[in-house]
Design a protein around this ligand. Structure first.
Ligand SMILES: CSC[C@H]1O[C@H](OP(=O)(O)O)[C@H](O)[C@@H]1O
Length: 353
């Protein structure tokens, strides 16, 4: 059973409220773009691909109800701009907004308002299937690449945050690689970090792994280096919120120190990301905006204070891993590439072997 973070049919959108997992499985209706903005901002729904998909599907729901009247292009533009502002680090929503806006403006040249709405809704609905297909390719490419270095034995993976069905339209990215290894019967174990302070690992990845019988062990973030030294980790595989032109990658905070530790222990470090999470318009990780979340998300859990009142807090939601530390490669739906090969791969000038 693969968890559904998103339930969609024409005119109706529900999201699984991930703030309540793993104790409550509650789906909430998304009636409007504003509902989606608030769900993304509050992290009821999260994960770079899922953010873009839910944001765009909320627009599809409003368009199906006739939103935008005689000027749907303006409504679409304003809606996409608002959705993109919800969380700045992941590129997927901004990229989808740019691509969808270009599509809508082209379509508006030859379609009336009603035809335009239908055409845009269809474009958006295609995102769901495309994301799952991309993730399954990522899973298979990543699994084959990791196994190429381990001809016979099973492998042990360490991963961070949640990059599974709860962060995407299904199957997942880094956790998709784990799923593919498990399906091939070649996964000995996956170690998942709890991923403070939102606890995507202990609440979401652990939930997905237990639900599917994937052999998994939860560790605290502070145990990661010791786990790499003691537990015969074959590879570290993480997701991405924004991979830029030189391969520098923004991902959940804590990823950078995992990459440093992997380098120290001689363990290959992979980033798993669909091309929709890549941003060639930025040259290096220095250009990526890092979202800083509210202090309360670090000083309390479920509203229960866990820190001394009055303490100052710094709560960046992401950090940037330099491409030099991504030693295993970047796993995409097009294949696995070194950071230095990424631009050529994404612009079609290089294909996977
Ligand atoms: C395939 S999800 C990518 C990425 O998104 C997560 O961030 P958040 O939970 O804050 O949305 C995390 O960085 C994942 O690796």
């Amino acid at each position: 059973m693969t968890l559904e973070s998103i339930r969609y049919r024409a005119g109706s959108l529900q999201i699984l409220n991930q703030l309540l997992l793993p104790h409550q499985t509650t789906y909430e209706e998304i009636h409007s773009v504003q509902d989606a903005y608030e769900a993304i901002k509050s992290m009821k729904v999260r994960g770079a691909p899922a953010i873009a998909i839910v944001g765009c599907l909320s627009l599809a729901v409003e368009l199906r109800a006739g939103a935008g009247g005689d000027d749907p292009v303006t409504f679409i533009r304003e809606s996409l701009c608002h959705l993109t502002s919800a969380r700045p680090t992941a590129v997927n929503m901004g990229r989808a907004a740019r691509e969808l806006m270009e599509f809508a403006e082209n379509e508006s040249m030859e379609k009336n308002s009603e035809q335009l709405r239908e055409s845009v809704i269809s474009w958006i609905e295609d995102m769901l299937e495309r994301d799952v297909n991309d993730n399954k390719k990522i899973g298979n490419y990543g699994a084959q690449h990791i196994l190429s270095g381990v001809p016979r034995d099973s492998v042990t993976i360490l991963t961070h945050c949640n990059t599974g069905s709860l962060a995407t339209a299904g199957y997942g990215t880094a956790l998709g690689v784990v799923r593919s290894l498990h399906t091939l019967g070649r996964l000995k174990r996956v170690y998942c970090t709890e991923t403070r302070p939102y606890n995507q690992g202990s609440r979401l990845t652990a939930y997905e792994a237990v639900a599917e019988g994937i052999p998994a062990t939860l560790i605290t973030d502070s145990m990661a280096a010791l786990t790499m030294r003691e537990m015969n980790i074959t590879a570290v595989v993480v997701g991405a919120d924004r991979v830029v032109a030189n391969g520098d990658t923004a991902n959940k905070v804590g990823t950078y120190q995992l990459a440093i530790s992997a380098k120290h222990h001689g363990i290959p470090f992979y980033v798993a990301a669909p091309s929709t999470s890549c941003d060639l318009s930025l040259e290096s990780g220095r250009d990526i905006i890092i979202e800083v979340r509210p202090p309360e998300e670090l000083t309390s859990i479920n509203g229960i204070p866990i820190a001394a009142p009055g303490i100052e807090v710094w709560n960046p939601a992401f950090d940037v891993t330099p491409h030099q530390l991504i030693t295993g490669g970047i796993i995409t739906e097009l294949g696995v590439f070194l950071p230095s090969e990424l631009q050529a791969a994404l612009t079609g000038r290089l294909t996977a072997l």
